[in-house]
Design a protein around this ligand. Structure first.
Ligand SMILES: [Ca+2]
Ligand SMILES: [Ca+2]
Length: 417
């Protein structure tokens, strides 16, 4: 059998990875990317396979295999980036003996699941994927799907049900985004496992049970999640350049931030919420947060509503979370709780997470980023191009005089330190 751009031979592989000739499985031996899509046929006897189809899942399939077959379905990929998509919408399409995917060469081999309208759970444990939940026939935990050479696992939302993607071992790039409507895929990362997000994500929830999740992207992303839970001695969320918007309470999120900030004020904690940028340069970068029910949040134009909390990696000293440090941040800090001893949030001006606003926080503002015109690196694509043509906002002497605390006022404050 010959496909466009390559040769497909018929090979199967047993659970130990040994291969032998067989008649109904595919090993791609060409060097081009190959995309295979499988879906249970309406006859409930076969699964349909589309290979490199522009309209996978529609029309006549490329081939079929028997659901009752006692040898696994094997897709051995090429030297390029291959993908295997498993559509669960009409039931479990795996044969009784299971399925094996080997991405072979390439650095971006993708295994992708399309959920059913019921609650589907994908469990990824290194070399084995399994499925539980879902409608009758959608469980293949007793016939695991073997994976090799897989870098990306997709289980995007929008198909209905309360879906879950559990990463219990290994390191994978995860895409569990629900593009529109209510997010319905919750992601859990167990101890020893690591998930990387490279695109915007809207998740039903994110649970880091000792595992690490990182946002890695050259441009700013937004990780939007239902409840965020971080536990264990190594549960950590590394936001990189990304904003986090979550429904977890502000006090919970503040606790996660303090865990990572540590008494060294350097974001080096093994647990909690941090950013690799701030870890690498804690003098220049920090993380701030704001709650949507804080009256200051709408005043500052922050993209959250009551019931949400924003966490934003930014420049140290950026009290109002606009990603630059100037007199507006000084004004923010003196807006109400300065030297009162009152319990304070980040946008109240508690920039060093000690719970109150005092001169130590003023020192953070003037620690290096003040009025440099600098902005937090890697704005989103639109903002980056705008930033390239818009001159940094320069404070005039007139505005500085207008906003500046009087010398007497500052001296009075100094006495209260
Ligand atoms: Ca600012
Ligand atoms: Ca403080």
């Amino acid at each position: 059998m010959t496909l466009a751009g390559g040769v497909v031979t018929a090979t199967t592989r047993d659970a130990a990875g040994n291969t032998s000739e067989f008649s109904h499985v595919l090993t791609v031996t060409d060097t081009g990317a190959t995309n295979v899509y499988v879906k249970r046929d309406a006859d409930n006897l076969h699964s349909d396979v589309w290979v490199n189809s522009g309209t996978p899942g529609q029309g006549a399939p490329t081939r079929q295999y028997l659901l009752a077959q006692t040898t696994p379905y094997v897709f051995g990929g090429s030297g390029a980036n291959d993908s295997l998509t498993v559509n669960l919408a009409s039931g479990n399409p795996l044969p009784a003996a299971g399925m094996y995917f080997d991405g072979a060469g390439g650095t971006n081999n993708v295994v992708s699941f399309i959920g059913s309208t019921a609650a589907d759970t994908i469990n990824a444990a290194g070399a084995a994927l399994s499925l539980s939940g879902g409608p009758v026939g959608n469980t293949f935990s007793n016939a695991p799907m073997g994976v090799l050479g897989e870098q990306v696992l997709q289980f995007v939302g929008g198909s209905g049900g309360s879906d879950a993607l559990n990463l219990t071992a290994g390191t994978l790039t995860i895409d569990a985004n629900t593009a529109s409507g209510t997010a319905n895929v919750a992601v859990t990362v167990a101890a020893g496992a690591a998930a990387t997000f490279t695109t915007d994500q809207r998740l039903a929830g994110l649970t880091l049970n000792g595992g690490v999740a990182s946002v890695v992207s050259a441009v700013r992303r937004t990780l939007t999640s239902g409840p965020l839970s971080i536990s264990g001695t190594a549960g950590r969320l590394d936001l990189g350049r990304a904003d986090l918007i979550t429904t977890s309470p502000a006090a919970t999120i503040r606790g996660y931030l303090i865990n990572a900030y540590t008494s060294n004020a350097d974001w080096s904690g093994a647990t909690g919420i941090n950013s690799s940028l701030a870890v690498g340069n804690p003098v220049t970068y920090t993380l701030g947060y704001a709650a949507g029910n804080d009256p200051l949040a709408p005043d500052l134009g922050l993209p959250i509503v009551p019931g949400q909390v924003l966490v934003r990696p930014t420049l140290s000293g950026d009290a109002n979370l606009d990603r630059t440090v100037n007199f507006d941040d000084v004004a923010e800090l003196f807006s109400g709780k300065y030297n009162t001893g009152a319990s304070a949030s980040y946008i109240d001006g508690d920039l060093d997470y000690n719970g109150v606003v005092n001169f130590d926080d003023v020192s953070v503002i003037f620690s290096g980023n003040y009025n440099t015109g600098g902005t937090f690196p890697s704005q989103d694509a639109g903002a980056a191009s705008a930033a390239a043509v818009v001159q940094p906002k320069q404070e005039t002497m007139a505005t500085r005089r207008r906003h500046r605390p009087t010398r007497v006022h500052r001296r009075a404050n100094a006495h209260r330190l």
